[in-house]
Structure formats: structure tokens, C-alpha cells
Write a protein that binds this ligand. Structure first.
Ligand code: G4P
Length: 192
């Protein structure tokens, strides 16, 4: 069992609707030394990738993206949730449907911060259905950037987004993959 899996078992709370709350170390209070260790792990996993930029989406991806970027020595660009600036010529824009929150957001990145030739590592705290990650891949593609891979802290494997991306050839590396969780018993089963 790795450090993150242990932490999830100790501090995670399973809510109804297949939601795992990890507010004590990742989504509300941030355990900075601990999340920085996760960032170090991403650096090891993507050691041979020539990453020059980390891409995430606001809000909760920003913390882990920054604590990963420290280990790569590269900047973080975060896509912003925006109200209808799809037509702004200065931004790349894409739609991201959130199943958890049951709404669709337009997310944008200013063209000046994402360029052809960039080698991007996408980092996020959660991967569920994969829509946020797909949106970020779309933004990178629009810019002509290369996606070196995707680093996720907690993947909810039973929602299928990670495996769908992998089947399309995307390198998705998750530090903890949950295959089953049960709100009634509090039991969590990780993928080996
Ligand atoms: P997807 O992006 O993988 O398709 O997932 P989905 O639409 O289901 O989730 C959307 C949002 O909910 C994301 O945050 C994601 O990080 C978060 N999320 C999904 N499942 C869980 C979970 O079990 N626990 C927690 N804590 N978060 C989860 P977002 O909409 O980008 O919002 P923000 O909180 O980052 O601002």
C-alpha cells in the first residue's frame, strides 16, 4: 500500500453519490509536505518526459499542480472556468461536463500561455469520468502542444474515465485507483 492509499483509508470519507471527501489533506485544507511528496512521485514517474509546462484546471487542481511543478522546475497554467467567452479570439476554449456537479463549464486558457512546441503534463486531484482531463487535452491540441501524460492523485476507476483515456493511447498515471467504495461500510478497494 502506498502513502496516498494509506492516507485515503485514514482520512477519506465516502459520501453518497460515489463521492470521496479528502478535505483534510487535498480539497480544503492542504497538507503541503504530503502533497509535495505526491509531486515528487510524479517527477519520478515522468522522469524521461521533457515536460516544460504543467496544465490543470481551477480550482482544486491548482494546489497539487504547483506542488508537482516545484519538482519539475516548470510553470503551471490553469484553465479558468469562464462565463461564455468561447468567442474571445485570445483564448482557447472547450466545454467540460461535470457529472459530479451536473453542469457544463466553458474552460479557457489564454493563447499566450499555451503554445505549439509545449510539452505538457496534465495534473489533477481527481479523475472520475474523465471530462476535465479530456477538456485539458483538447486545449493542448488546439495550441499545438504535446501532451506527455496525465498525472492524477485519485482516480475513481469504477467511473471508467481513466481506462477510456488509456484505451485512446493517453499515458494516465494515477497514484491511487479506487475500484470499489461503499458508503455504508466505509470500505475502499484499490487497484493493484
Ligand atoms: P471528470 O472531470 O473526471 O469527468 O469528473 P466529474 O465531472 O465527475 O467531476 C467533476 C469535479 O468533481 C471535478 O472538480 C473533480 O475533481 C471532482 N470530483 C469528482 N469526483 C470526486 C470525488 O469523489 N471527490 C472529490 N472530492 N471530488 C471529486 P471540478 O468540477 O473541477 O471542481 P473543483 O472542485 O476543482 O473546483
Amino acid at each position: 500500500m502506498n502513502l496516498l492509499q494509506k492516507k485515503i483509508l485514514e482520512d477519506g470519507v465516502i459520501k453518497s453519490g460515489d463521492v470521496l471527501k479528502v478535505d483534510s489533506f487535498l480539497n480544503h485544507q492542504i497538507d503541503v509536505p504530503f502533497i509535495s511528496e505526491l509531486g515528487k512521485e510524479f517527477k519520478k514517474i515522468f522522469a524521461t518526459s521533457r515536460v516544460n509546462k504543467i496544465l490543470t484546471v481551477e480550482a482544486s487542481g491548482i494546489g497539487i499542480a504547483c506542488l508537482t511543478a516545484i519538482h519539475f522546475g516548470v510553470p503551471v497554467v490553469f484553465a479558468k472556468k469562464s462565463q461564455g467567452s468561447q468567442m474571445d479570439p485570445h483564448v482557447y476554449a472547450t466545454s467540460v461536463k461535470s457529472f459530479t456537479h451536473n453542469k457544463t463549464n466553458t474552460v479557457v486558457v489564454a493563447k499566450q500561455y499555451l503554445n505549439a512546441g509545449d510539452r505538457v503534463l496534465i495534473i489533477d486531484d481527481f479523475l472520475a469520468n474523465g471530462c476535465a482531463t479530456e477538456g485539458l487535452i483538447d486545449l493542448a491540441k488546439q495550441a499545438g502542444a504535446t501532451v506527455e501524460g496525465v498525472g492524477i492523485a485519485i482516480e475513481k476507476g469504477f467511473q471508467g474515465g481513466g481506462d477510456r483515456l488509456r484505451s485512446h493511447g493517453v499515458r494516465v498515471e494515477s497514484l491511487a485507483i479506487i475500484d470499489k467504495m461503499d458508503a455504508a461500510t466505509g470500505k475502499i478497494q484499490f487497484r493493484d
